[in-house]
Write a protein that binds this ligand. Sequence first.
Ligand SMILES: [Ca+2]
Ligand SMILES: [Ca+2]
Length: 385
Amino acid sequence: MSWDGEKAGRRWLSRMATVGTAILAGWGLALLLMPALPSPQEAWRMAGVQLPQSSGAEEGTAGGIAAALGGLPPESEVVPASAPAAGKKAEPKSGSPPSALPGDAGQIVFTADDPAGDDNGPGTYTYPQDAAFTPRGLWDLRNFTVRQGTGKVTFLLKFGAVTNPWGAPEGFFHQRVDIYIDTTPGRGETRPARAGANVMFDPAYAWDVLVRVAPWGGSGLYKAEAGHGGAGAERTASSSTAGGAGAAVRKVLGCTPEGVRAGVLPDGQTVAVQVPLAAIGAPQRNWRYYVLVGGYDGFGPDQYRLVMKAPGPWFFGGGDDGNADPNVVDLLAPGGGKYSQKAQLGSFKVAENRQAVIHPINCPEVEAENGRGGLWRWLPFGRSL
Ligand SMILES: [Ca+2]
Ligand SMILES: [Ca+2]
C-alpha cells in the first residue's frame, strides 16, 4: 500500500473519530456516573491525597492543588456526550473546571523549561483548522518537572493552554504525550512502543521506561523488554507504519486508582501524571528524558493526530503525507543549536523514507550544547528550588 493510500485510509478513520469521540464521551460520562467505578477525581481523594510541602517556588501549584481538593465539578459542568460532526464548527466547553489533581506531589527532582510558541514541529507544522483546536498553545510545552513524593513520582507538563472540549475525565483532551526515559545505560529500545510518533531514539540513549499520557484512560506505564540499545538499530518509516510492529514492551500499569493517574492542575495549564514509586523507581541523576507532545486522536496511530502536507479540520499541516515526518509537534529541547527542536524533528528524510532521530534532555551532549544557565536543573531529592 502506498503512503498516500495508507494515510488517506487513516484520514477517513480519523473523520470517523468524531463518532468515536461521542462514544468515548459516553463512556466517560458513564464512568463518572457509575458508583462502583471511581472517577479519577474520586480516585485522587480515595488515595488520601495530602497537600504537598510548599517550597516557595511553586506559585500556582501548591495553592492550586489545595483548590483541587474541592472534589468533583458540579454535574452541570460535565460536558454532554456529544461531539461536532466533521466540518461542523465545534463548540469547545471552556467553562469546565480542570479535574482534581494528585496531591502529595513531593519535592522537585528535575525540571526543564521548553521555549514558548514552538508547537510547530520542525518549524513548519500548523494547527488543525477546526475551532476545537483553539486557543493557540494547546501543544506548546512550557515546562517539564519531575517530583518525588511518598510512594509516588509525579510528572508535570505545563502547556500554553489546556482545554477539554469533550469532557475527558482527566480534564484534558488534546494532549498526547509520551515521556520515554533512559534509566539503564546499555539497554533499551530505539523504537517507540507503538508506531505513531514517527521518530527514532538516539541509540546511545535507548529508552527503558515509558510514561504514556492520553485522555480517556489512555495513560499508563510501560517498560522495554530485552531491547537492543546501542546496536545501531535504525529503521526506516517502512517498518514503523501504523500496522507495523512497535518495540517489545511490557505494560506495567494502566490508568487505575492504584496505577497511573492523570489530571490537570488547577492552574488550568498543567497536565499531571502520577506513577507509583515502586513501579517506576526513584528518579536518578542520570535519567535521560524524551518528552514528545502530539495531538490526541483516538483513531490515530498510537492515538497521535496525523500531520499531513496540507492542513485540514482534523489534521496538522506543514508535514508530509507519508510516514517519515514526525507526528510530534513539540519536543522538550533547547531553544537553539545542534539539538534544537527544529534540528531534531527536521532530521527526517522523505526521499529515503527515514524518520527523525531524537535526543533526550539531560544527556551530556545536549547539556553541552545547551550552554551555561541551561534549561534544566537536577535537584537532589529533598531539596527545594
Ligand atoms: Ca514549547
Ligand atoms: Ca520544544
